[in-house]
Ligand binder design. Structure first.
Ligand SMILES: [Zn+2]
Ligand SMILES: [Zn+2]
Length: 319
């Protein structure tokens, strides 16, 4: 027999910058659900739909309708928890989350912007976001006993995270488009980052980080679609800052950087079939020369083409 859903007795207010996982967590706690999973089941949701797939607007209507009934919220209200299509799924985490301890001390709920993997800092408090418990070192997830405490009992509001200078907030400001880049009088990065569409910018940043990682760690590290999810926030931040230095010193920065790439490190004979992931999210064909080999010059040309043409250049992406 089909269950007829009705509104839950307690329906906490939804904050306008709250993530879907955070709201479901608070709704479950308010209504004394044993675990968040039981509420997911009741709302016919899975972890994947909560963290990534329904976070894209095209799936919203059919996936979140039961939650609208349970929470007494309208589709318009719940749609504020959803990322638009400018945020590709591969920059969203599954299960994991991040916290700004200072924002959390003001009001403990998960902000939607924190979950974007390329957003490494809190622009309000200019500090690195926290992705693990400082006490027991476990990654912060939505499977915890209370909103502000880790399973080990540590109160996240007490955590101290490294502060960053204004320059270090640059990528987060671009990715979280509500912090408009014009806030920053000195535009440190090439114009591309201020004029192109967000999805094009994110794809390009992901590609550059991938090359940076391939280049730094060689065949020990396989770059691909899910790679960003396995990297700690502080490491993503370091990679972004290194990229920022390269991009700030155009054109020499890119030239020196691509010249220093050792292509042999990209090849791993054991995993040659995975080779094309190295250029994620772009198709490997962009980088192959007429002799059928990966060409450093093609990587460099590609980067310039992207920076100069922006939205006018639509490269084939990996499928
Ligand atoms: Zn904050
Ligand atoms: Zn802990």
């Amino acid at each position: 027999m089909m269950n007829i859903l009705s509104a839950l007795p307690r329906r906490p207010r939804l904050f306008n910058d709250e993530s879907l996982a955070s709201y479901i967590y608070r709704l479950a706690i308010a209504n004394s659900f044993e675990t968040t999973i039981s509420l997911y089941r009741l709302a016919n949701l899975t972890e994947n739909t909560v963290f990534t797939r329904t976070n894209h607007s095209q799936n919203f209507n059919k996936s979140l309708r039961p939650l609208c009934i349970l929470s007494g919220k309208s589709e318009t209200q719940l749609s504020s928890t959803i990322y638009n299509d400018d945020i590709p799924e591969y920059v969203l985490p599954i299960r994991k989350t991040k916290i700004c301890p200072k924002c959390f001390a003001d009001n403990p709920y998960g902000r939607k912007d924190w979950d974007i993997l390329l957003n490494t800092i809190c622009p309000v408090h200019q500090c690195l976001l926290l992705d693990h418990c400082p006490e027991c070192k476990i990654l912060i997830s939505w499977y915890r006993k209370s909103m502000d405490k880790c399973r080990c009992g540590f109160n996240f509001c007490r955590a101290i995270t490294p502060t960053v200078n204004k320059e270090e907030t640059i990528f987060s400001v671009i990715v979280c488009d509500k912090y408009h880049p014009s806030l920053f009088q000195n535009q440190l990065l090439p114009g591309f980052f201020y004029t192109s569409s967000l999805s094009i910018i994110i794809d390009f940043i992901i590609f550059l980080i991938g090359q940076h990682i391939n280049h730094s760690f060689g065949n020990k590290n396989l770059w691909g679609k899910g790679s960003l999810r396995g990297i700690r926030n502080s490491i993503i931040h370091t990679h972004l800052m290194e990229l920022c230095d390269i991009l700030k010193s155009l054109p020499h920065g890119i030239w020196e950087w691509t010249c220093s790439i050792n292509m042999n490190l990209y090849y791993d004979k054991q995993r040659i079939s995975d080779f094309h992931y190295r250029f994620f999210p772009y198709d490997i064909s962009h980088f192959i020369n007429d002799k059928g080999k990966i060409d450093i010059n093609n990587i460099e040309r590609f980067i310039y083409k992207m920076l100069i043409e922006g939205d006018r250049f639509s490269p084939i992406t990996y499928t």
